[in-house]
Design a protein. Structure first.
Length: 202
């Protein structure tokens, strides 16, 4: 019985000793490996620290890459080369808001009974150049619906980004889609900011 007990104790001692030896060796190798890697990591960090940064242009065509037209504007539509309408006659004026999502809204100076609010969509077509497609529901002074009016603009933003101008056409249709009138001319707009006084929008 004592012999068996001695063998068991010796076996346990041997297993414990071997386990401790393996753990110590593994820990030593781990520590040794980390010490070997450390100078390489520091060297790599030193190399990356001084690498120059650069920017990559993804797109130059999407309106989101140049939203300079977005904002609040005082607009004026001036007649050019229209039979029966003298040049430089102001056809319409008002306030326009161009939104970053490609939509637009205008409050025209026409009488409210004629439906002086209208809506549009826009797209950037070139460097600081934009195309607008805009619709209104026109009525007469008694509020009777005439039909849809389509306003198209091609405008260019100047370098200050505080003014744009370009061309416009207005096509007025009846409710059946028959063309009733066509007017063309120049559109001019100036940006309204938080500091714009009332004198500048009259």
């Amino acid at each position: 019985m004592r012999t068996i007990l001695k063998i068991a104790i010796a076996g346990s001692f041997l297993i414990t000793s071997l386990g401790t030896t393996f753990i110590s060796k593994a820990a030593a190798e781990c520590g040794h490996s980390e010490r070997q890697r450390a100078p390489r990591q520091q060297s790599l960090r030193g190399q990356l620290q001084f690498r120059p940064a650069s920017l990559l242009l993804i797109s130059d065509d999407d309106h989101e890459s140049d939203n300079g037209i977005v904002g609040f504007w005082r607009v004026k539509f001036v007649s050019k080369d229209n039979p029966g309408i003298p040049d430089d006659t102001v056809i319409d004026a008002g306030f326009a808001q161009w939104h970053g999502d490609g939509t637009e809204i205008m409050n025209s100076s026409r009488p409210p009974a004629t439906s002086n609010f209208c809506l549009g969509v826009w797209r950037r077509t070139g460097r600081s150049t934009y195309r607008l497609n805009h619709f209104a529901l026109s009525s007469d002074l008694n509020g009777k619906l005439i039909g849809p009016a389509r306003i198209r603009e091609v405008v260019t933003l100047d370098q200050t980004r505080d003014r744009y101008e370009g061309t416009f056409t207005i096509d007025q249709y009846d409710v059946s889609g028959n063309l009733l009138a066509h007017i063309a001319g120049q559109v001019i707009a100036t940006r309204i900011t938080v500091d714009t006084p009332v004198e500048d929008v009259l």
